[in-house]
Design a protein around this ligand. Structure first.
Ligand SMILES: Cc1ncc(COP(=O)(O)O)c(C=O)c1O
Length: 455
């Protein structure tokens, strides 16, 4: 029995304690014990092992690389969830999980497949029909011609991102990421050994791509650029001209581009969504990562994918073999149904998000002291609270304590979002209007407070 066994409570073993640490064929000594304790890492509460005393259990350096720092912003979300579970009057605008049910066609197909015994191993890269449907949907939306051979299924876009970086970069490499950036990017890149070079995007310009700043950040170690388009958290959809500029940089410096397009189907009509992979010279250096999580409200199904040049797809498939071993067949059948017959449901969700976005922007931007630009895509908006004289973290906590509305301090996504809170529109319009009323009252009372104190 090695001390590297799964963490858990283990008492000192008197015999093994005599052996030399890490010694040859003998096992390392076990002195002390491991006690699981909950910690918040990368926005999730989970048990990890803590070590007391001299102890010979060793972890790889990976655990350091993936340990998150930007975690305190999520405390408010957990507090809000706990309050809601206690039955308190809480409105959660701090989360990115769609409130819609998954499309009925997907549910029926998955249940039918499950009942029919579709419960065995599946093709590691995914079923041909599903990969074909993903390729077809991508080609229709982006104009880039791809086939099933370019598609490898992953357990959500998150897993797709992880696979891409494992196959593209390693220790000593750098990955440029415009910030604000999605919260998991740093750990996802660092898991490979590479490091993230965050490049702040100008707050004043509404976080549009600052190509000059990105170019300045490119150095001899740069291997890739990663971004989400539409962006979480800013809601920016990059223009064709911006992406052409980025493509020029990628080609000139021979870089990979990893384009996270999980919100590509949630673009509101005034913005065109461009997949950088469709631009000249980019297909061979781009990995497009996406999923059904947001477009079809299927977050819990964990259906995601990478679309990449065939040689890279082959490596990602090999990685999937030793990491995932195929997504469940009944899940894939549900995903096929969602792609082949779920377009109307997805379009309806998009229309609802748009109405909520319009409502949220109209209601919040009229509140003196707050300002916000309309997000062009996705399900979030950033609200500038700097004029109120509070930090975004103070604003978020005081708002939550006073009104039950939870929003996130956007600085967690990068320092260029400091002074802003992220508000998600994953509640129906009446609830969103109620939240806006509460925010308005709260801000009004904030304004009143100094006057009362001064009087
Ligand atoms: C920008 C971005 N990328 C990836 C993900 C992960 O999506 P999935 O559920 O497909 O893993 C999210 C989830 O919120 C996201 O916002």
């Amino acid at each position: 029995m090695g001390a590297r066994e799964a963490p858990g409570t283990r008492k000192r073993d008197a015999l093994s304690a005599d052996r030399p640490p890490g010694g040859g064929e003998t096992e390392p000594p076990v002195i002390g014990y491991i006690e699981p304790r909950p910690v918040i890492t990368n926005g999730r509460q989970r048990p990890v092992a803590t070590i007391r005393g001299v102890f010979a259990v060793r972890f790889s350096s990976l655990v350091e690389r993936i340990a998150g720092e930007r975690v305190t912003a999520w405390d408010i979300h957990y507090a809000a969830q706990a309050a809601r579970d206690r039955g308190e009057d809480v409105i959660l605008l701090s989360v990115g999980d769609p409130d819609f049910a998954s499309p009925e066609v997907a549910v029926e197909a998955a249940v039918g497949a499950l009942r029919a015994g579709d419960t065995h191993y599946t093709e590691v890269a995914g079923r041909d029909r599903l990969r074909g449907a993903i390729a077809q949907a991508h080609t229709a939306r982006s104009g880039q011609t791809v086939g099933p051979e370019n598609v490898v299924l992953a357990s959500g876009a998150q897993n797709g991102l992880f696979c891409a970086f494992q196959c593209l970069v390693e220790a000593g490499d750098e990955v440029i990421v415009p910030e604000p950036m999605y919260l998991t990017y740093e750990a996802t890149v660092r898991a490979s050994g590479a490091t993230v070079v965050p490049v702040p995007q100008p707050t004043a310009g509404g976080w549009r791509l600052d190509l000059a700043a990105i170019e300045r950040a490119i150095g001899p170690r740069t291997r890739a650029i990663l971004y989400s388009n539409p962006s979480n958290p800013t809601g920016v959809v990059y223009t064709r001209a911006e992406l052409e500029g980025l493509a020029r940089l990628a080609i000139a410096h021979d870089l990979w581009v990893v384009s996270d397009e999980v919100y590509a189907d949630l673009v509101y009509e005034e913005a065109e969504h461009v997949s950088i992979a469709a631009l000249p010279g980019m297909a061979e250096r781009t990995v497009t990562v996406s999923s059904l999580s947001k477009s079809h409200a299927m977050t819990g199904w964990r259906v995601g994918w990478t679309i990449s040049p065939a040689p890279l797809a082959a490596h990602i498939e090999t990685l999937a073999l030793c990491m995932l071993y195929g997504l469940p067949g009944f899940i894939q059948e549900g995903a096929i149904a969602a792609l082949e017959h779920g377009a109307a449901a997805a379009a309806e969700m998009r229309a609802v998000y748009r109405r909520r976005r319009d409502l949220g922007v109209a209601r919040l931007s009229r509140i003196p002291g707050l300002s916000c630009a309309a997000p062009q895509g996705g399900m979030f908006m950033l609200v500038d609270v700097r004029a109120l004289g509070l930090t975004a973290m103070e604003f978020a906590w005081r708002l939550f304590r006073a009104t039950g509305v939870s929003v996130l301090d956007a600085a967690a996504f990068g320092l260029s979002a400091e002074g802003h809170v992220r508000v998600s529109f994953v509640v129906d319009e009446a609830v969103l209007a109620d939240a806006a009323d509460r925010i308005e009252r709260f801000v009004g009372e904030l304004g009143a407070a100094p006057r009362v104190a001064a009087g």
